[in-house]
Design a protein around this ligand. Structure first.
Ligand code: BEZ
Ligand code: FE
Length: 287
């Protein structure tokens, strides 16, 4: 039998926020307090374990800076980001499915012309990614913006290498809704494991790998924007993505082709890969 405080403390804490003016904030805090207290009761947390948790959260904050967001990583690896995504995109209504933003998005990428190479000078297999941006009735959307980013062939994003800037860019669709860009074929890679979240993952016996993908943010005036990925079909981590981000509709064939004519009308002396995908956007307010 525990003390009576053990039984009454949750209600005592909740009583303090009764009458709080912002109803949504009160609802969120009430639920958070209830679940936190239930967690402590269920696990009968020791003081040492409680303090280890405090140290973990402290280290997670200390690992964050303008290039590193350890809390997003924590949310992603615990499945919270994909749960928020699922709740907020319940009715895609024919739009392309969404997935995690991840911690490596950088706003303000440069605007590039069709078929520009975002990975210019980087080693790796050349890849041509192209397709259209359509509405849910299949009508092309002119002037849609594709903001793309991905890793290099060693599995690193530019922001993980001090001073580097590569493999990002913004593209605008033409009158037929078409976009196209060159890059390197993305590779599977481990999410950063040099911080507290990595230790937590390994402690749970989980691997840190994500299947190969290109990130895209697709938007157009009057349409709901989407944040998504194109995953490389056949990747060995599609079934066990460390952040639970894979959806079947986002798995795309990157067809490996011999040297020769390329999708941009030029030619390549090296073998290359080609991926074709049409994004679909739903009108604002109709999702
Ligand atoms: C990424 O795909 O860039 C990513 C997503 C979630 C956690 C870490 C990395
Ligand atoms: Fe990524």
């Amino acid at each position: 039998m525990g003390s009576s405080l053990e039984q009454t403390l949750t209600d005592a804490v909740l009583a303090r926020i009764e009458g709080q003016a912002d109803e949504r904030f009160r609802q969120i805090m009430t639920s958070l307090i209830r679940h936190l207290h239930a967690f402590v009761r269920e696990t009968e947390l020791t003081e040492a374990e409680w303090f280890a948790g405090i140290q973990f959260l402290t280290a997670t904050g200390q690992k964050c800076d303008d290039k590193r967001q350890e809390y997003i990583l924590l949310s992603d690896t615990l499945g919270v980001s994909m749960l928020v995504d699922a709740i907020n995109h319940r009715k895609p209504g024919g739009a392309t499915e969404t997935t995690v933003l991840g911690p490596f998005y950088v706003a303000g990428s440069k605007q590039l012309p069709m078929w520009a190479d975002i990975a210019e000078g980087l080693p790796g297999m050349p890849a041509y990614v192209h397709g259209r941006v359509l509405d849910v009735d299949g009508k092309p959307i002119e002037g849609a913006e594709l903001d793309v980013w991905q890793n290099d062939s060693e599995g690193f994003y530019d922001v993980q290498r001090p001073g580097a800037s590569y493999a990002r860019g913004k593209f605008t669709t033409d009158a037929q809704g078409r976009f196209g860009f060159r890059t390197t074929k993305p590779v599977s890679y481990p999410i950063p494991t040099d911080g507290p979240v990595g230790k937590m993952l390994l402690g749970m016996g989980r691997h840190p790998y994500r299947p190969a993908h290109v990130h895209t943010k697709v938007s157009a005036p009057g349409y709901e924007p989407i944040i998504t990925h194109l995953f490389v079909k056949g990747d060995k981590y599609l079934e066990s993505d460390a952040v639970f981000g894979v959806k079947d509709s986002l798995v795309v064939e990157f067809r490996d082709l011999p040297a020769g004519r390329t999708p941009d009308g030029q030619s390549s002396e090296r073998p290359f890969s080609e991926a074709v995908y049409d994004f679909r956007l739903v009108r604002e307010g109709r999702g």
